[in-house]
Design a protein around this ligand. Structure first.
Ligand code: NAD
Length: 249
């Protein structure tokens, strides 16, 4: 594992950057009480069978996976979570006029709640449902109210089809427009700041390599190693709610 650099190195690099693209992952929200997937307390680390709820095919084909998913959504910590100092630090980067885009793999909406506006949600949002048959979209809250009232797998109210959160599961393509905008942001930045992601999900993680190939400096802040640490000028391992405020101060 690569030895982490000093926060002071990161501060120097970030201070010298004018066009910053951020790629964020689940690690930004752990300090808000939302577990990641692959960290030491990650959902899949503790229960590998939970991974099936993120498979499009398993969700579509197995009613038991859908029933479990609805219970999991109902009890999700995101409904009561608040943004933390890491989200707020990224807001100040945008307000300073130095942010090209905040590309996030997160589905919890906490970047927007904190005040970020230039957010590209690569993996969609958990705040809406989508029908797998007719594509009707509605607020998630309406479906969760039906689950709380006793429907264990609420069907689409328009066509009776299967409802799912409006997130990208494994086996589902990303929204082309969002992905293209994220690629543009990776290609036009002078600094790619990857935060709180294991950088193990493609094509999101590949944005880091793309930015590096286009000449951007790469800074990675993540508690555990990533496949892209080798292309980074600076790698920091501390908790993001401490590291990010220091980096943008
Ligand atoms: P991941 O679970 O693969 O990686 C998260 C990384 O963050 C881990 O390597 C972990 O070591 C690090 N980390 C955790 N807490 C940290 C902290 N406080 N400080 C520094 N590092 C910390 O997550 P990923 O790379 O985002 O990819 C997995 C998928 O998970 C994404 O597609 C995303 O949609 C989904 N997801 C999202 C949320 C959310 O929206 N909050 C939560 C869980 C999973």
């Amino acid at each position: 594992m690569r030895e982490p650099d000093d926060v002071a190195d990161g501060v120097r690099v970030v201070a010298g950057a004018r066009r910053i693209t951020v790629l964020s992952g689940a690690g930004v929200s752990t300090d808000s009480g939302i577990p990641d997937f692959r960290g030491p307390n990650g959902l899949w680390t503790r229960d590998p069978t939970a991974e099936r709820m993120s498979s499009y095919k398993d969700y579509r084909d197995d009613p038991a996976v859908r029933r479990r998913s609805w219970q999991s959504r109902l009890a999700h910590p995101a409904w009561t979570a608040s943004p933390n100092a890491a989200h707020e630090a990224l807001v100040s980067l945008e307000r300073a006029g130095r942010l090209v885009a905040l590309v996030t793999q997160n589905i919890d909406g906490l970047h927007q709640r904190a005040g970020s506006t230039s957010v590209l949600e690569l993996h969609g949002t958990m705040h809406e449902t989508v029908c797998l048959t007719c594509a009707d979209r509605r607020p998630m809250r309406a479906a969760l109210d039906r689950v709380a009232a006793g429907e264990d797998d609420p069907p689409c109210l328009v066509c009776g089809g299967i409802l799912k959160s409006a997130t990208i599961s494994f086996g589902q393509p990303l929204d082309t427009d969002v992905l293209m905008a994220a690629r543009d942001a990776a290609l036009s930045c002078d600094l790619m700041l990857a935060v709180g992601s294991s950088l193990s999900v493609q094509p999101a993680a590949g944005l880091v390599g793309l930015a590096a190939q286009a000449g951007a400096t790469v800074v990675i802040c993540n508690a555990s190693e990533t496949p892209y640490d080798g292309v980074a000028s600076v790698v920091l391992r501390g908790p993001l709610s401490e590291v990010l405020p220091a980096l943008v101060s």
